[in-house]
Design a protein. Sequence first.
Length: 106
Amino acid sequence: MRQLTRERDEALLREAANAEILHLISMSPGDLELVLRSILENATRICNANFGTLLRFEGQRFHPAAQFNTPTAFWEELTRRGPFEARPSRTQVDHVADMWLPIPNH
């Protein structure tokens, strides 16, 4: 019974988050940053995470796109370095707390 209650509560939380995001999109169709931040805020809450960072992939580059409660130093470093390419032959990928970051070989 507890598992069913937890699953129901999680499903309701996801539905509420989806409704909020769809409402936000309809109210601010041109404000991508606001929509992405709302998605991150809801995903962070649903996943019980401390923060969320979203990178947009365009062409061959990752661009910092939005953040929610991301540690200041981390976000500043991402935005300072700007868009970056992930090159499998020259980059290793390291998994850090549910987040994939390319780390250049030295």
